[in-house]
Design a protein around this ligand. Sequence first.
Ligand code: ZN
Length: 125
Amino acid sequence: MELRYSSKINKIRSFAFWLIFGGIGVMYIGLIFKETTWLMALFMILGMCFVGLSTLVYFWIGMLSTRTIQIICPSCEKPTKMLGRVDACMHCNQPLTMDKTLEGEEFDEKYNSKRYKKNKTQQQS
Ligand SMILES: [Zn+2]
């Protein structure tokens, strides 16, 4: 089975979307318990926390977007945003890299981690 990669920003965005969805769902569950005030209040507060959290995540995406590098995807020729050393195209999920040494290598999220960078420099020296 082929592994599918999606752009980090897309991933975070869908996470925020599901948080809102979950929050509304939880608030809806609260309505079932409208006979029990404290239980309804509990679900309502929980739901609002979810929605509030997703607002924070959307805010975070905005912050991350300022740090992304805009490039033209070599595969679908659409402009895409890259975050970190390796990322995937937002349109066609083509794995992309900023690092020449990683070019042609298997796409892996681990290339973004600090520990991997350290190992790589140790190998080179
Ligand atoms: Zn693409």
